[in-house]
Design a protein around this ligand. Structure first.
Ligand code: SAM
Length: 831
């Protein structure tokens, strides 16, 4: 790793680093003493003699040299050599030694120091053995030198580290100085444990108690509790000397244990912290196994030889090795098995625990939900305060409400209800209880399959049709017999009947005749003229008085209708023949669809059956009925689905019906088979097919509820953009208010400044105002100057022209004008 990188990684290259470089200081720590000096009464400026203990590389000496009065004596000492610097005496020595003491005395001669500085930090990098000189000891040594050299009232500045010795040191300082204060200058990193103690007013006692400066006396230890081995292992660099004395019966400083004990131990960290070495027994069976591990590297074997010299990385490596060894020997698994056994023994407790966990989880979820809601409320409140809320929100909310209250297909899909729904087994918005009560709609899930087997239903329908057809055939033969008898009596209307056999197929004509006869025979059978009246009234009423189809005309021209006046007031027969209009729209539609389908079948089919014949007679009438019904439906649709897409409303209606169980999957499949489904489009032109598509579709019903639901959704959607605009405007407004507030504050400050004249204040405030109300800079106007006449060949600014200008010749001016004209024209054309 490069030096710079290392520095970077520790974040060393901070502003003090660059500042020190800029000012020519040898280290960034120069700012620490500068800041301390500023904070504590500029003592350096008053110091004529300064001793800097542990001075390398010398930045504090540099600061002292800059700040102290000219010709001051500045002495710097350090255990490492220092580059010489002007006005500073430097020498290399260990401050804890007699050598340093005597040399210092040599340089000081008869003078006394006004200030003694100490920024020493033990060089732990030299080895563990040297760790004996801890910071606290060094500080005490520095104090000793300070006490020997300081003048009465002198200042001692020292670095101490936050440790258990800290208070003891402070106590010692307080014995020798009037005022002792601890400080952490801004230049000192927060991560660093260093603190600076400023001791002012040296008391210079005539007789100094030697115990005061004796480390043994000052740092005398009381027995501690258990040691923090984790700290020892994970922070080996911070190792402190063992001051607790010996453990009972253990008078050795050196401890070792077999490596297998370490592998099997429950407290590996303590072992790593306490022991000096792990021994290896090559004959041990288990060691033979784990020795084959890839983690058992030569490096590992060296490391376990001397645990006291290891660093964090090495300890981690050993711990990783232990984990692998335990895995290989299956120690952890055994423990787990034991745990499982314990768990089976206390199954109830386990359940209880799980329950508690679940409850806790639920509680947390609820809490989260509550918090989310609160946040939403808070947001809403802020919006309200900002006038961001618009009435359109109501739409959004109602749409949300609608979604919940109606149904949610997604939820239905997830819960599996949708499938049942599709089969018509459930109505979604009703409760189970309601479902059970409602026998009409409810289909019992547990009912035998045959009850709702579609095939069985089809069989049943078919047999019903057979029976009806049989009935029809019987009636027909009876009617034929009557007809023949009538003919034999010399029927009057033979000619007219011939008239029916125009372009239409024989079968059709026959069918029509059949139908008339059928109705006639019915009427005759019941001997009820009123019924015939009603029948005619119905047919006439539905087809419209003026528009009778050819088939209808043929029907009414029959002799049997002679002298019969239609009764338009009656509605009973209408109810009989038409689809029951009081039915729900869905059933109405289904009925109409079936009529439509049947009519279609009539066209396709050559061989008419019962239903075909019956509808054939009414064909036009039914169509006309359909037309009016269709119109009604269209009007209704237009009314409900004003401004909204009909297809969407239809889809929503269908969804409602599905959800309510009014429609089933079966119905949907059935609806797929309609008269438009199998149209032969071969050899038809594309445009025709396209055009047909628009009309050839089944008219699906819509409901008011579906239309309303879609409308609500649209309302919410439409409200959104407007809301966004309102919000943006509010934000802009808020920003403007904030700007003005800021301006007010600044203006207030300017106004309060008594040093400024009123004019200056006014000018400054005006300047501020200008800044706030500053509009977008407009492009400076460019004056075009034609280089003709007096301006021809002019070098420099033409006379009388201010600001930006551009010299052009006559031609280019004309060109520009032309271009402008063209652009204007284009613009006009566009609009
Ligand atoms: N104040 C110095 C400056 O601004 O340039 C930086 C001092 S540096 C943080 C700590 C110094 O203490 C190191 O240069 C180190 O060599 C020195 N030191 C540590 N133990 C020492 C000892 N026993 N005697 C003398 N100097 C020592």
């Amino acid at each position: 790793m490069g030096k710079t990188q290392k520095k970077n990684s520790k974040g060393r290259l901070d502003r003090y680093y660059y500042l020190a470089k800029e000012k020519g200081y040898r280290a960034r720590s120069s700012f620490k003493i500068i800041q301390i000096n500023e904070k504590f009464g500029h003592f350096l400026e008053k110091s004529k003699v300064v001793i800097d203990l542990c001075a390398a590389p010398g930045s504090w000496c540099q600061v002292a040299s800059n700040l102290c009065p000219v010709n001051s004596l500045i002495i710097g000492v350090d255990i490492v050599p220092m580059r010489p610097m002007p006005n500073v005496i430097t020498f290399q020595s260990d401050i804890t030694t007699e050598d340093c003491r005597s040399r210092l005395r040599g340089y000081m001669k008869t003078w006394k120091a006004d200030t003694v500085l100490h920024d020493g930090a033990p060089n732990v990098g030299l080895g563990w053995v040297q760790d004996a000189f801890t910071q606290s000891h060094l500080t005490l040594q520095a104090l000793k030198l300070a006490a020997e050299n300081l003048v009465v009232g002198g200042t001692f500045i020292t670095k101490v580290f936050r440790s258990k010795d800290y208070n003891k040191l402070i106590w010692v300082f307080q014995q020798l100085f009037e005022k002792v204060e601890a400080t952490k200058p801004p230049a000192s990193r927060n991560v660093s444990a260093e603190i600076f103690v400023v001791c002012k007013g040296f008391k210079a006692p005539k007789k100094l108690d030697s115990r005061l400066l004796d480390p043994k006396e000052v740092f005398e230890e009381l027995p501690d509790g258990p040691q923090n081995m984790e700290a020892k292992v994970y922070n080996p660099e911070k190792k402190t000397r063992k001051r607790e004395g010996y453990a009972e019966g253990d008078y050795l400083l050196y401890h070792d244990k077999p490596i297998m004990e370490f592998v099997k131990s429950d407290d590996p960290i303590t072992m790593l912290g306490e022991l000096n070495k792990f021994t290896v027994d090559d004959s041990d069976h288990e060691w033979k196994i784990i020795k084959k591990l890839k983690q058992t590297t030569p490096e590992f074997l060296i490391c376990i030889e001397d645990l006291k010299v290891l660093g964090k990385k090495d300890f981690k490596m050993i711990l990783r090795w232990r984990k692998a060894a335990r895995e290989l020997l299956g120690i952890d698994e055994e423990e787990k098995r034991d745990e499982v056994e314990v768990a089976t023994l206390t199954e109830e407790e386990q359940i209880q625990k799980e329950l508690q966990e679940m409850q806790e989880k639920q509680r947390l979820n609820e809490k989260r939900e509550k918090r989310r809601k609160n946040e939403m409320k808070q947001k809403e409140l802020t919006r309200m305060q900002m006038n961001m809320l618009t009435p359109m929100d109501i739409g959004v909310e109602s749409a949300e409400l609608g979604r919940e209250s109606l149904f949610n297909l997604k939820t239905a899909e997830k819960t599996g209800i949708l499938n049942k729904l599709a089969k018509g087994k459930r109505r979604m918005i009703f409760s189970e209880h309601e479902l059970a009560e409602d026998n009409d709609v409810h289909i019992d899930d547990d009912a035998p399959l045959t009850d709702r087997d579609p095939l069985a239903e089809a069989d049943e329908l078919e047999s019903q049709l057979d029976a009806m057809y049989q009935n029809y055939k019987e009636q027909k033969s009876e009617r034929d017999a009557k007809f023949r008898a009538k003919q034999a009596r010399g029927g009057d209307n033979e000619e007219e009947w011939l008239g029916i056999s125009d372009k239409e197929s024989d079968s059709d004509g026959e069918a029509e005749k059949d139908h008339i006869s059928e109705d006639e025979s019915d009427a005759a059978d019941s001997d009820d003229d009123e019924a015939i009246n009603k029948l005619i009234a119905k047919i006439k009423g539905q087809s419209g008085d003026t528009k009778l189809s050819s088939k209808a005309r043929a029907l009414f021209s029959d002799s049997i209708f002679e002298g019969v006046e239609p009764d338009f007031s009656s509605s009973a027969s209408e109810k009989q023949l038409s689809v029951d209009k009081t039915d729900s729209k869905t059933s109405e539609n289904a009925a109409k669809e079936s009529i439509d389908d049947d009519s279609e079948m009539e066209v396709d089919s050559e061989e008419s059956d019962f239903e075909i014949v019956a509808n054939e007679a009414e064909d036009d009438d039914v169509d006309s009925d359909y037309d009016s019904d269709e119109e009604r439906r269209q009007t209704q649709k237009a009314k409900y689905a004003e401004d909204i897409d009909i297809a969407t409303v239809e889809a929503m209606t269908l969804a409602h019906q599905l959800a309510l169980g009014q429609k089933t999957k079966h119905d949907l499949v059935d609806e797929g088979f309609n008269r438009y489904a199998f149209r032969d489009s071969d050899q038809l032109p594309e445009w025709f097919i396209e055009d047909e598509k628009k009309h050839s579709k089944i008219n699906k019903p819509i409901t008011k509820e579906a239309a309303m639901a879609i409308k609500e959704k649209l309302k919410a959607l439409n409200a959104r953009p407007i809301k966004k605009v309102a919000e943006a405007k509010a934000r802009k407004k808020m920003r403007a208010v904030a700007r003005i507030e800021k301006l007010k504050k600044k203006a207030g400050l300017i106004n309060d400044d008594s040093d400024k004249s009123e004019k200056d204040k006014a000018d400054e405030i005006a300047k501020l105002m200008k800044k706030v109300t500053k509009k977008q800079k407009q492009k400076p106007k460019v004056t075009v100057v034609v280089a003709t006449g007096k301006n021809r060949g002019l070098a420099g600014r033409p006379k009388g022209v201010k600001g930006k200008y551009k010299m052009v010749d006559g031609v280019s001016k004309n060109e520009q004008r032309a271009l402008k004209r063209i652009a204007k024209k284009h613009h006009k054309k566009k609009h």
